[in-house]
Design a protein around this ligand. Structure first.
Ligand code: AP5
Length: 215
């Protein structure tokens, strides 16, 4: 972590505690968690805190659909059924995105990877660049609370039947990634049932531990 002289900026030590002007070496962080666990909500906050790129594959696919691209139209068939978009399509859009310059300052992966082949592809992409993953944050929320949050939000894929299928896909295809990353020593599990501020405080602590900074 880089330190900035406080007096010259007219700041007090508590400003640093709040995250004002905290700067870290570039980090690569993955958000894992079932639908509705708060990946998007917390990734947005962490993006603002760390000033790094937030890369949400769900958002990228929805934007591709809105733009009417072939990939977006094809992806929407899977998304509307609550199924995962095929690995090769998702890996392609992530590989293109992380080649852009702004990703050199670090990257938050929200909703990617979601399968073991995607995790292997990400490892390969990052290893080629000499910038491995620093941290995987797994958000844990009970299923009844997840359903409550998703129904209250009401996105196109938030109806009862699609939510059920999304949960099924998560437990079959994404949950194995918890072991995958635990065995690599980069996994932080966070109970994400409290209010967004409380959840973020736990995430901030996990990031500081991974960055090697004092809490
Ligand atoms: P994606 O957009 O990634 O959706 P998801 O994983 O189902 O996640 P959600 O956006 O539903 O939930 P979230 O965890 O981000 O929670 P959020 O912060 O929004 O993917 C959509 C689809 O795209 C997939 O089903 C798949 O088809 C495809 N796709 C995407 N990536 C893919 C990949 N890598 N491979 C293959 N296919 C892929 O919060 C949810 C709600 O809860 C919000 O209303 C929020 O305000 C509220 N909330 C959040 N935190 C709290 C809190 N602490 N307390 C109270 N309310 C809260």
């Amino acid at each position: 972590m880089m330190e900035i002289a406080l007096p010259s900026l007219g700041l007090e030590p508590q400003d640093f505690h709040l995250g004002v002007l905290q700067t870290y070496d570039p980090m690569r962080i993955v958000f894992l968690g079932p639908p509705g666990s708060g990946k998007g909500t917390q990734a947005q906050r962490l993006k603002d805190y760390l000033q790094i790129v937030h890369l949400s594959t769900g958002e990228m696919l929805r934007q591709a659909h809105e733009a009417g691209t072939t990939l977006g139209i094809e992806a929407a068939r899977f998304m509307n059924a609550g199924q995962l978009v095929p690995d090769d399509m998702v890996v392609r859009i992530v590989a293109d995105r992380i080649r852009e310059n702004d990703c050199q300052r670090g990257c938050l992966f929200d909703g990617f990877p979601r399968t073991v082949p995607q995790a292997q592809a990400l490892d390969q992409l990052l290893t080629q660049r000499g910038t491995p993953l620093n941290l995987v944050i797994a958000l844990e929320v009970s299923e009844p609370l997840l359903v409550e949050r998703l129904l209250a939000r009401g996105r196109a894929d938030d109806d009862q039947q699609t939510i059920r299928e999304r949960f099924r896909q998560y437990s079959r295809q994404t949950q194995p990634l918890l072991d995958y990353y635990a065995s690599r020593g980069v996994l932080a599990r966070i109970v994400a049932e409290g209010c967004p501020d409380d959840v973020f405080e736990q995430i901030r602590a996990a990031v500081e531990t991974a960055a090697g900074a004092p809490k």
